[in-house]
Design a protein around this ligand. Structure first.
Ligand code: AGP
Length: 606
């Protein structure tokens, strides 16, 4: 949440910063701002609204070769010009941009006010500018270190100071920050997307580190200013993967990338001969794998719903009790951590704070955690004991699609490996592998139905309220379908177990409330069809996501047939049409697909 970019070098900073902010906007988009070090001191421009509004309103002369920028997702105080970052100290010598939350901001604000400081914004972040400005340390690093010693909370921080015009000082604690290395120029960013056009050679700061960044290089320190060593790595990333290309939105591009992304997560990991998966990154031998008695999956939002699909895969293939829980709830109930439970953290960004904190809590209590993570080198990936990288490629749209598909496939691989050291037969293992091999082609077939789904979505967009229902394997599909629909269309979309309808929600069924029912061809088909009759009898319009061989008994429904795979893999094929429905409904309603209101791509604050 929120994005930071910084530049120091021979170029004018403003164009670099504006371009970086545009690429970071998916992380927060209610206000944006810049600060540059001009010959006359620090200049700041900031305002509520989008980066394009900021760029359009910049003063003519906004020159400087060192600068920082920020795009905000409001936590403390509404989205207005004053609360936008950068924040400055009273003299205007210091400018800071901050991601994260300062937990003791209220007491620091009080302390500063008692000392006669006039705080102008409602934010927690502003205290950082004043603390740096009031420090009497001789160096900027010393001032930042002293300021951070007073602070409790999380931060990705970048600081400019008029008295130290050759540098940006940055710091990290719980909110990502990386340094980009160029030719006699350097960058800082909260996300590689901001600087990928300029460099892919980067150093990731660790929590509790400060760095000085000048045009000629960088130096890292602990908070007490003892030196640390930080490796520089060149990431193998195609900058083009951060472009939407011919698509009207990143979400559209990312949905259509799913067959290729699915191939990548499976590549080199399937062993047809022994009917199993190879997941070297788990760092567990066969004996340790066999000793697992339970699997507990933790994630947030859609990652949690795919975690529920993953729990079913583990139970079905490995016959190990498994469940998924929202990471945001888990750590607040003082969870019992068991040595023979395998904990699995699932996250696209690898930054989601609730998932990260859950991982830390489990490890503190001696549990073993593996990560299913998309972003290589992210905080969750680094915190886990092992894991499976998802290889979905950069995902920019707030509404997650291809990363979720690859999470599902990551769970299928995990379940296969866990199953094959237990009772899953080699024949069943090979059956699954054949199904996984075919999956990219089947995903392609679902995506080919886009035109028909667009037409249907146009009709659904008119409804104020919708139900998404499914049972057992189909229920997480319904949850994810409702999530996607509400996230970008802003319609009220509620997911229920089909079996629970008549225990309450059936009261809401009417001609105005369509139900999207997930009805795969499985042992529950007849029961599901029975429930559809009950909805139809109450005049509820029905859309059924199903398989061609399901007989809907003459019901008047709109049918979406998806190709059948192996039954364990069906949930992901049933999910994909629901992505397209949400996307086209949002398009019909004229919404900003990639930047839905009130949301941001990575939730890095609690
Ligand atoms: C998905 O469409 C949502 N934007 C959201 O629920 C997301 O899945 C959740 O915030 C978890 O993010 P993560 O995968 O990066 O941890």
């Amino acid at each position: 949440m929120c994005g930071i970019v910084g530049y120091v070098g021979a170029q004018q900073a403003t164009p670099v910063l504006l371009e970086g902010l545009t690429r970071l906007e998916h992380r927060g988009y209610d206000s944006a701002g810049l600060a540059v070090l001009a010959s006359s001191g620090i200049k700041v421009a900031k305002r509520a609204g989008r980066v394009r509004d900021l760029a359009g309103g910049l003063p003519k002369r906004f020159a400087g070769k060192v600068g920082i920028g920020h795009t905000r997702w409001a936590t403390h105080g509404p989205a207005n010009d004053v609360n936008a970052h950068p924040h400055t100290d009273a003299k205007g010598d210091v400018a800071i941009v901050h991601n994260g939350i300062i937990d003791n901001a209220a007491s620091l604000r009080q302390r500063l006010a008692d000392e006669g400081v006039d705080l102008v914004s409602d934010t927690d972040s502003e205290v950082l500018a004043h603390l740096v400005g009031r420090s009497e340390a001789d160096t900027l690093e010393g001032k930042v270190s002293e300021a951070l010693a007073a602070v409790e909370g999380t931060y990705g921080l970048a600081v400019l100071h008029a008295d130290f015009p050759d540098r940006i000082v940055v710091a990290r604690n719980g909110s990502p920050l990386l340094i980009g290395v160029g030719e006699k120029e350097m960058y800082v960013a909260s996300d590689l997307a901001a600087i990928v056009r300029h460099t892919t050679t980067v150093a990731h700061l660790d929590d509790g580190e400060i760095a000085t960044v000048t045009a000629n290089g960088f130096t890292t320190y602990r908070l007490d200013l003892t030196r640390t060593a930080r490796d520089v790595t060149t990431l193998d990333i195609d900058p083009g993967s951060y472009e939407a290309g011919d698509h009207d939105s990143f979400m559209h591009k990312e949905m259509l990338e799913q067959p290729a992304a699915a191939e990548r997560v499976l590549r080199g990991r399937l062993d047809e001969r022994f009917g199993t998966a190879h997941l070297g990154g788990l760092n567990m031998d066969a004996r340790e794998t066999r000793a697992i008695r339970r699997v507990k999956i933790l994630g947030c939002g859609s990652a949690y719903y795919v975690g529920q699909m993953g729990a079913s895969l583990v139970e079905e293939l490995a016959r190990i009790p498994a469940d998924a829980e929202a990471a945001s709830e888990f750590r607040y109930r003082n969870p019992i951590i068991e040595p023979d439970t395998l904990y699995v953290a699932v996250s696209q960004s690898g930054e989601t704070i609730d998932t990260l904190l859950a991982v830390q809590e489990i490890r503190r209590k001696g549990g073993r955690v593996i990560g299913l993570v998309n972003v290589v080198g992210s905080a969750i990936a680094r915190e886990c004991d092992g894991g499976i990288y998802l290889h979905a490629g950069p995902e920019v749209a707030v509404a997650s699609t291809k990363a979720l598909t690859n999470m599902f496939l990551g769970f299928a691989l995990l379940a296969l490996q866990l199953g094959r050291v237990r009772d899953l037969s080699i024949a069943d293992g090979r059956r699954l592998i054949a199904g996984l091999d075919r999956l990219p082609e089947l995903i392609e077939q679902v995506l080919a139905q886009e035109d028909a789904l667009a037409e249907l979505a146009g009709r659904l967009a008119a409804a104020e309220s919708l139900f998404f229902v499914g049972r057992v394997r189909g229920f997480p599909v319904a949850r994810e379908g409702a999530q996607k629909f509400k996230e970008i269309s802003y319609r009220h979309a509620e997911a229920y177990q089909t079996s629970e309808l008549k225990h309450g929600p059936l009261a809401l069924i009417s001609e105005q409330v369509p139900t999207i029912a997930v009805v795969p061809y499985d042992e529950l088909t007849d029961r599901n069809v029975g429930a559809l009759h009950e909805i139809a009898a109450r005049r509820g319009p029905l859309v059924v996501v199903t398989h061609a061989d399901v007989d809907l008994g003459g019901l008047d429904v709109t049918r979406i047939d998806v190709p059948r795979s192996e039954r364990e893999l069906d949930p992901i094929l049933l999910t994909i049409p629901l992505q397209l429905l949400a996307y086209h409904a949002a398009l019909e309603l004229g919404h900003d697909i990639d930047k839905p209101r009130n949301l941001a791509k990575s939730v890095t604050v609690e």
